[in-house]
Each structure stands twice: as C-alpha cells, then as structure tokens.
Ligand binder design. Structure first.
Ligand SMILES: NC(=O)c1ccc[n+]([C@@H]2O[C@H](COP(=O)([O-])OP(=O)(O)OC[C@H]3O[C@@H](n4cnc5c(N)ncnc54)[C@H](O)[C@@H]3O)[C@@H](O)[C@H]2O)c1
Ligand SMILES: O=C(O)C[C@H](O)C(=O)O
Ligand SMILES: [Mn+2]
Length: 541
C-alpha cells in the first residue's frame, strides 16, 4: 500500500476532504483529514469563497496555485466553472508578474522540469523521473528568451509552460497527468537576474550557437524517444531561434510553435470575424504588420496564405502586405532582416518618399492599411493620430493591438473605438471590458493564442497526428466562424472566452478531421468525434 502521507502529497491522487470513509480506511487516511467528508461541488464552493477574499490578482493566483499543488481535480473543476474570471489570473496578464518574481515567490516546482545546459548528461534520467511512469502526450517547452513581450526571464519562464498547460486542460480537457512543463535553462542575458542573489536559475549568460541547438536537439530526441505519442509545443523562444526550430522540426515530429502558428490562427479567425461584420473581402485588404517578430511574421504568413487560398496569385497577394519593425517599413536592401521578414520586404523604388517611411505614422499615411496588427511590445504606439488617419481611409478599420501583458498593448480597445468613432473592429491580446460608445455596447474579442491552442492540441492528440501542417492550421482558423452573430451592433470579432470549452471542441474536431482526411493519423480512427470524446479528461473523482 502507498504511504498515506504520500497520497495526500500527490496532487494527482489527493482528494482532500473528499476521500470517503471507505477510502480513508483502505488508504490509511483515518484521522489524517478533518472528519467531515465533502463532495467535489462542496469543495469548489468553499475554495471559491476563499478565492473571493483575496485582494490582489497576484494573491488570487498564489491561492489558486496552492489548490493546483494540492489537488488537480479540484483545481480544474474550480477553473472550469469560473473560466472567464480565472483566465487573467491563472494565465496572462497575471502570469507575467509571477514570472518576473518567480524566484522571490517560489514555493514548489509544480511538477515542472528544469533542464540545465550545464548538465546535459542528466537529461534522460530527469525526464524519466519527472514522468514517473506517466504516459506523457504533451510537453510545453520554453527557453524563456522572449516571454510575452517582457523579454528574457531565464528559469523563471518555466511558469509560462506551467500556465499554458493549465489552459490546455481547463479549455480542452487535456489529461493533466499526461502533460509535462519544461524549461530549458540555457542561461539568461537579463542583468537583473544575473545580479539577483535570489535568482534560482543558471546565473550565467545565454549559451548560443551550436551548443544551444545541440542541447535543444538532445531534448527533442530524448523526449520523442521516451514519449512516442508526444505533441511538442514550443513557447516564447527568442525570435530567431523560434523560427529556426520550427523550420527544423515541423516536418519530422508532431510539433507546434504557439507564438508563430497559434497567434497566426487566432488572428486569421479574428480577421475573418471582422470581415463577416463589415461584409468585406479578405483579398481587398491592405495588411500592416507592426512588430515583425515571431508573432508578427507568423500572423502575416498565415493571412498571406489565406489570400492565396482564396485564389489570388502569390505575387499579387504580396502587394497587399507591409511590415514595420524598429527601423520603420522593411525594405529589401536591409541586411538585418530575418528570413521571415525578407519575404514581405518592399523595394524602395515603389515609393517617392522611401527615406521618410521610418515610422508607423508615415507608413500608415502612405499605404492606407485596412488591417493593422500590433506585436511590437511597444505600448501606446497606435496613437490617436495614426488611428484617425487609418479611419479616414477605410470604413471599418481592423485594428488588433496584441502585445502582452496589459502594460505593453499598442492601444486600449476603448481608445480605438473612440478615435475611430465606433468604426474600428478591435481585438486585444488580453481580456478587455465592453466599451460603451454613443449608445452602443462594443464587445471586444480576445485575439490570444489561448483561444485556439487548446482545441488544436486536443485535435492533434486525439487524432494521433504525425505532424501539424498548414491544412490543419487553416481548418482550425476557419472553424471559429459562425459562433458570433455579426448582425448585432457592437458584435465581437471572435467568440467569447465564456464559450472557450465549447469552441475548443469545434477547433479539435476541425483539426482532427483534417488529420484523418489527409491520412496523417498514426493509429487508425473510425470515428473522429468519438476519438476526441475518449481523449477528453473531466475533473471528477
Ligand atoms: N495575443 C497573442 O496571442 C500573442 C501571441 C504572441 C505574441 N504576442 C505579443 O506580441 C509581442 C511580440 O511577441 P513575439 O513573440 O513576436 O516577440 P519577438 O521579439 O519575436 O517580436 C517583437 C518584434 O517587435 C519588434 N520591435 C521592437 N521594438 C519595436 C518598435 N519600436 N517598433 C516596431 N517594432 C518593434 C522587434 O524588433 C521584433 O521583431 C509580445 O508583446 C507578445 O506578448 C501576443
Ligand atoms: O501568452 C500569451 O498571452 C500569448 C502569447 O503566447 C504571448 O507570448 O504573448
Ligand atoms: Mn507566447
């Protein structure tokens, strides 16, 4: 028999006060818990009341993490019943605060795995120990070089792996005993951490070049070998490494880059939703990407592919896309461009005033975009002047300020609605409250990859997909249409987070169908819907 105390300390086994009299007797737990036996809904009610007494969002998150550390069923039942309220606490934006203060706040590892570049020999044993015989189907891995828009956070970034996985389970029912959060600690270039006595990570600069790529490859190969049914999700790597790693592995293993691909899907879905409201055509749009990094370039490529899928010739479609980064409009004579930026760089000869196009305002006034998406990490950069200029040249400007967390957003939804006199079709990266303007209530969609990656993952895992390809990604984006009523004044461009668990199913089904139609499933599947239902985990004792 397992040691009774070990059961209470194991969040996958512990039911706390919900252990029945019989279970307490069988497991040797008599007297190790208060006498009363509660059921799950009583526990949920009691913990929710405790949650409501916490003051700050950080205190709320710390409380919820205690529940997570103690009892996974209770945590996920509570989370699933309060998804709209808990998303910004468990996940972005509060998670940014816990990442910045990870070492100071540290109490326990939350079943995360810390792989150190200084001790590569331990890797296999560490992964085995962490799995402890569990059938791992999903890993979220980060090296934390580009956490949200807040930069390099070294080992602290492990929280993004933990948090993304929490959303996978709450939104799509991924079995929490089949997941593993991983941080690859390859050092940090964050001088604050390098000089902080409390910092818990490797206190040296980032290792780069071959040693970095060899370490990542050792991880990928070892994880694939130990967990043959693995879906490997990369999160918040630095801009160049993120794209390189995706290109290296995407045709070989079942893998996904959330910042590049996940964000591409949700923004395409948001633009489709916006066009459904404005009754305009995708291929008539002029697209401006502001901040052409992992997310910006990933989104641009996804929207460009959509133009081509709708029948426009690639060279014609290219003319509709503009990228702006630190240096202003990206031109093809710039040797510092990334390969993803080079695809969409323009020729100086197209413009009489090319030298003046070194800032967003000048570019907007020159090209008259109809869609502007911000992934720049630069707060307040969608100014009143820029928004008014854009709105003067298009009826329903589509404007998505997506930089996270809250303090980095390019604009607020409220300002965008006001400055465009109610015409802008807006989605934000973090949740935004309704905006009241001239008698209309505007609902603001959340264009955060969290609205799609859980369903995508459920579809991929349930269908035993060998790879994740563009067809599946496109199917995911298109599946989100039709949930919002576009005829309602002030309708949001994306479905609400309150329906996250429902539309995660929709996304999963679309993706799994695409996998099976393409014959890319590892195991034979006769009924896609049943395969998804069988994969879904529910929080219950
Ligand atoms: N809503 C979402 O789902 C979502 C998803 C991914 C990323 N994001 C957000 O997007 C932002 C970027 O993330 P990323 O992973 O692409 O990071 P990244 O570092 O890969 O890209 C940021 C890009 O912005 C550019 N940039 C920096 N300063 C600029 C300036 N003054 N003007 C124009 N461009 C500038 C950088 O050069 C870089 O190319 C972050 O804030 C992140 O939180 C949101
Ligand atoms: O984590 C988020 O909130 C979305 C996204 O992956 C990001 O990096 O900002
Ligand atoms: Mn991210």
């Amino acid at each position: 028999m397992t040691n009774p105390v070990a059961i209470l300390n194991n969040p996958f086994l512990n039911k706390g006060t919900a252990f029945t009299k019989q279970e307490r007797q069988n497991l040797g737990l008599q007297g190790l818990l208060p006498p009363k036996v509660q059921n799950l809904s009583e526990q949920v009610e009691q913990t929710y009341a405790q949650f409501q007494h916490k003051g700050s969002d950080l205190d709320k998150r710390i409380f919820l993490m205690d529940i997570f550390n103690e009892n996974r069923v209770l945590f996920y039942k509570l989370f699933s019943e309060h998804i709209v309220e808990f998303m910004p606490i468990v996940y972005d934006p509060t998670i940014a605060t816990t990442i910045e203060n990870y070492s100071e706040l540290y109490v326990q590892s939350q079943n995360a795995v810390y792989l150190s570049i200084d001790e590569p020999k331990n890797m296999e044993q560490t992964l085995r120990n962490a799995a402890d015989g569990r059938d791992i189907r999903l890993i979220v891995v980060t090296d934390a070089e580009g956490i949200l828009g807040i930069g390099d956070w070294g080992t602290n970034g492990v929280d993004i792996s933990v948090g993304k996985l929490m959303v996978y389970t709450a939104a799509a029912g991924i079995d929490p005993s089949q997941v593993m959060p991983v941080v690859l600690d390859t050092g940090t270039n964050n001088s604050k951490l390098l000089n902080d006595k409390l910092y818990l990570g490797n206190q040296h600069e980032r290792v780069t070049g071959d040693r970095f790529y060899d370490f990542v490859d050792q991880f990928v190969q070892t994880a694939e070998r130990l967990f043959p049914n693995l879906y490997l999700h990369f999160e918040d790597f630095g801009r160049d490494n993120a794209a390189n790693l995706l290109n290296k592995y995407k045709d070989q293993i079942t893998t996904f880059n959330d910042d590049i691909q996940g964000t591409g899907i949700i923004v395409l879905a948001g633009i489709l939703g916006a066009l459904n409201i404005s009754k305009q055509k995708m291929t008539d749009q002029i697209y401006l990407c502001f901040g052409a990094g992992s997310a910006g370039a990933g989104i641009t490529k996804r929207i460009f592919d959509e133009f081509v899928q709708e029948g426009m010739a690639p060279e014609e479609a290219k003319k509709h896309f503009y990228m702006v980064d630190k240096q202003g409009l990206l031109f093809d004579d710039d040797s510092t461009l990334t390969p993803e930026q080079r695809e969409f760089a323009r020729s100086r000869s197209e413009f009489e005033n090319a030298d003046q196009l070194d800032n967003l305002a000048a570019v907007v006034s020159e090209i008259h975009p109809t869609v502007m998406v911000g992934t720049s990490t630069q707060p307040g950069t969608f100014t009143e002047e820029i928004v008014k200029d854009m709105s003067a040249n298009t009826d329903r400007p589509i404007i998505f300020p997506l930089s996270n967390p809250t303090k980095l957003a390019e604009a607020t939804a409220e300002d965008l609605i006001k400055w465009s006199d109610g015409r802008a079709l807006v989605a934000t990266g973090i949740p935004a409250a309704d905006v009241e303007y001239k008698g209309v209530t505007y609902h603001i969609g959340q264009a955060n990859n969290a609205l799609v990656y859980p369903g995508l993952g459920l579809g991929v895992i349930a269908s035993t997909a060998k790879v994740l390809n563009d067809e599946m990604i496109s199917a995911a984006a298109h599946s989100l249409g039709g949930i919002v009523d576009p005829t309602q004044a002030g309708a949001a461009v994306l479905p609400p987070v309150s329906k996250l668990d429902q539309f995660s199913q929709t996304v999963a089904l679309a993706v799994a169908n695409s996998v099976v139609e393409q014959g890319l499933n590892r195991e034979s599947i006769s009924d896609v819907k049943a395969a998804i239902d069988d994969t879904r985990w529910e929080p219950k004792y």
